[in-house]
Ligand binder design. Structure first.
Ligand code: NDP
Length: 245
């Protein structure tokens, strides 16, 4: 087919739920060759079976993005299975919101490890291959929280500002070979708020997420960035529920 997405090799981290899963479904329907990654094996294998039943070419690998070796081996799996890497979607992330005073320092560590270091390990794992190919596309999931601060979300916002910096830094260094896209969603209905352990923060998030929209809205935005011709780089997409403040 002439579909620019057809047969692209796409790695998706955090593919076991939410935005990652929705994006996998959209891309599979367009003939992309997928490499799905996350920690939960049961979810990944089930999704892969679903997509294969619909005729998609899919593989998956249990991956904890906080472990650099596991992220390297994820990229190696993509190359062994499909021979190249066209797109990396750095989507794995978590959002255990709490005010700084709550001193949930372990959760701060976890957010830095997954939301920032996971993204950097992803870039490190694919960049040499993309340079060899003289083409590639890195798509990072930042957030509206990477553009404005919310009280009670300082560390999460810090990680998403960092992601935005990485996207823009890569774009500036990438020359005409590698595209870099920063995706910044507002409230989307996923499992993201499930890691909030602070009761007040959970209540505030549940209130904000009353207007949340479906994951497929973000999947469509990601598809739009990928389907552009190689000389067009969609640098940033911000999308919110129409009803979000
Ligand atoms: P979900 O909680 O539904 O999905 C998060 C995904 O990340 C899961 O697949 C989870 O899989 C994976 N993950 C978490 N920790 C790790 C880890 N250490 N290694 C590998 N995978 C991991 O939330 P969303 O789909 O909403 O989140 C996806 C991204 O979108 C995140 O980066 C989030 O910050 C961002 N985002 C979401 C918004 C929203 O409102 N939903 C708004 C703005 C941005 P598993 O547990 O199996 O490892």
């Amino acid at each position: 087919t002439n579909d620019p997405i057809n047969s692209k090799v796409v790695i998706i981290t955090g593919a076991s739920s939410g935005l990652g899963e929705a994006t996998a479904r959209r891309l599979a329907a367009r003939g992309a060759r997928l490499v799905l990654a996350a920690r939960r094996e049961d979810r990944l294998s089930k999704l892969a079976e679903d997509l294969k039943a619909e005729g998609a070419e899919v593989t998956w690998k249990v991956t904890d993005v906080t472990d650099r070796n596991q992220v390297e081996s994820l990229a190696a799996t993509a190359k062994e299975t499909f021979g190249r890497i066209d797109v990396l979607i750095n989507n794995a992330g978590l959002m255990p919101l709490a005010p700084l005073d709550a001193l949930k320092v372990d959760e701060w560590d976890q957010m830095v490890d997954v939301n920032i270091k996971g993204v950097m390990y992803g870039i490190a794992a694919v960049l040499p291959t993309m340079r060899e190919q003289h083409s590639g596309h890195v798509i990072n999931l930042s957030s509206v929280a990477g553009h404005k601060l919310f009280p009670g979300a300082a560390v999460y916002c810090a990680t998403k500002y960092a992601v935005k910096a990485l996207s823009e830094g890569l774009r500036m260094e990438a020359g005409d070979e590698i595209r870099s896209t920063n995706i910044s969603p507002g409230a989307i209905d996923t499992e993201l708020t499930s890691t909030i352990t602070d009761p007040n923060a959970k209540q505030a998030a549940d209130e904000l997420y009353k207007v949340a929209i479906d994951s497929d809205a973000v999947a469509r935005a990601i598809v739009y960035a990928i389907e552009q011709p190689a000389d067009v780089d969609i640098n940033e997409i911000i999308l919110r529920p129409t009803a979000q403040e």
